[in-house]
Write a protein that binds this ligand. Structure first.
Ligand code: 4AD
Ligand code: MG
Length: 434
């Protein structure tokens, strides 16, 4: 007898029919003549009901002893069940055990986060992690869709690079044959500037690396960044692109996952529904004045930490854009404001609810001599930037872009305390396994 092999998520299409499911035992309970097996297959969870009178005595007895995460094939009839989240259950006729798992390390009881991170390869199977990583999937797809629909070309940036882009203190070094040292990329931006001059609108999307000695809830050593770059774009237009982009992502997640966000992650989604343009904009200088009024010891020239970002963002019901930071504290490539050379034409987007900076970007210096000067002042190796200066030598134009960190975005949208749960296998100062 060959039955249709289905995924649990599509069980509804087979109501009243006999089907075959392939998966793992998520949980189980029994009451006399009935065993209830929660079976998961990666698409959803279904309750498979074994009635003593429907199966052999051997199977009925064995089913009661199966360990959590035993792999199995279940055959039976799909039936409507309005009480379950799925809306359907399976009336079991047969169970075939593939491998009997014993003493699965993650039980339905509470485990500490350190223990769960140690078992991350198994923790991925739990329903909470499932929701988070599916939201991440949706966000990554939305990122692609947004730029693809907006006329951007995807241009992949290299991961081995010859020099720093975002400051030398967070570089990971790698030995590189006879050429000495290479570095893991901190950002694809410089390559996207080349791509923008070739394609007008380009973006890259991939892993980036920072040897951050910060053990905070927002820092990873390996994280995913999407970086659009556009020729002939100003800082003002960059901000408009950023707010359209973030709103698109958030609304897409709500369309697809509102119920799971509420039911599984207990996210207050009303706060996400506000995320529509326009976002408020304040200058760095206004931000400092605000912090001082709020009793913070911040002074002009200071960088914002998580606490300052939270105080600033808490005034607004949606992300806020802070622009025109002191040029001193910004990377070498920023264009300085012609109206006030003390400040750089850069902006950060701060997410609400204490999540802080999710986007950093701005307008780039397009003048060759100014840029050469900057590279020198920042003590960067001129040789490694020769190709970059060519972009100013051959048809330079004003241009701008930004980088959005995927993990911080997922943490904010899902309402998570720490970014470690937003990436399948987190890399942090104190963690490189599993
Ligand atoms: O502000 P950053 O350093 O900007 C750049 O790298 C620019 N070159 C981007 C560009 O203009 N093309 O980083 C951008 C974003 C941050 O806003 C944050 O979301 C994320 O990347 N990010 C991190 N996420 C997790 N862990 C870290 N250590 C991060 N560092 C930056
Ligand atoms: Mg930044």
């Amino acid at each position: 007898m060959s039955l249709p092999v289905i995924r649990i998520a599509e069980a509804g299409k087979y109501e009243g029919q006999d089907v075959e499911l392939r998966g793992w035992l998520y949980n189980k309970r029994s009451s006399g003549k009935l065993h209830f097996l929660q079976v998961r297959d990666g698409s959803a969870i279904i309750q498979a009901v074994l009635f003593k009178g429907d199966v052999t005595p051997e199977l009925f007895e064995r089913a009661d002893k199966l360990g959590q995460e035993t792999s199995l094939i279940v055959r039976g009839t799909v039936k409507a069940d309005r009480r379950s989240a799925l809306g359907f259950e399976l009336g079991v006729k047969d169970v075939q055990v593939i491998q009997e798992a014993r003493d699965y390390p993650i039980t339905p009881k509470e485990h500490g986060v350190a223990y769960l991170m140690e078992h991350r390869h198994l923790w991925l199977r739990s329903s909470r992690q499932h929701v988070i990583l599916r939201v991440r999937h949706t966000i990554e797809k939305a990122i692609r869709d947004f730029f693809d629909q907006d006329g951007f070309t995807l241009v992949d940036a290299p991961i081995f690079t010859p020099a720093a882009c975002e400051g030398t203190s967070t570089l990971f070094e790698v030995p590189y044959f006879d050429m000495g040292k290479a570095y893991l990329t901190q950002s694809g931006q410089l390559y996207m500037e080349a791509a923008a001059m070739a394609f007008g609108k380009a973006y890259c999307f991939g892993p980036t690396f920072r040897a951050e000695k910060s053990k905070t809830r927002r820092h990873l050593t390996e994280f995913w960044m999407v970086e659009p770059e556009v020729a002939f774009m100003s800082l003002e237009e960059d901000m408009v692109l950023a707010e359209r982009f973030i709103s698109f992502i958030v609304q897409r997640v709500l369309e697809k996952h509102e119920k799971e966000l509420v039911d599984v992650l207990e996210r207050d989604v009303s706060k996400l529904k506000n995320v529509v343009p326009p976002f408020p904009r304040i200058t760095y200088t206004e931000a400092i004045e605000y912090l001082q009024k709020a009793g913070h010891p911040a002074k002009w020239g200071d960088d914002f930490g998580g606490d300052e970002e939270t105080v600033l963002a808490n005034q607004f019901d949606r992300p806020v854009i802070v622009h025109r930071y002191p040029a001193e504290m910004k990377a070498f490539y920023f264009r300085h404001d012609p109206a006030n050379p003390q400040v750089a034409l850069g902006m950060d987007v701060l997410a609400p609810e204490g999540y802080g900076e999710i986007i950093g970007g701005g307008e780039r210096e397009s003048d060759m001599a100014t840029l050469e000067d900057r590279i020198q002042k920042h003590n960067l190796p001129m040789d490694a930037f020769k190709w970059y200066l060519d972009l100013r030598r051959y048809g330079t134009v004003p241009h701008a872009g930004f980088g959005l960190g995927v993990e911080r975005t997922v943490a904010w949208v899902c309402g998570l305390h720490h970014v470690r749960e937003t990436i399948p296998f987190a890399r942090m100062m104190e963690r490189i396994t599993p």
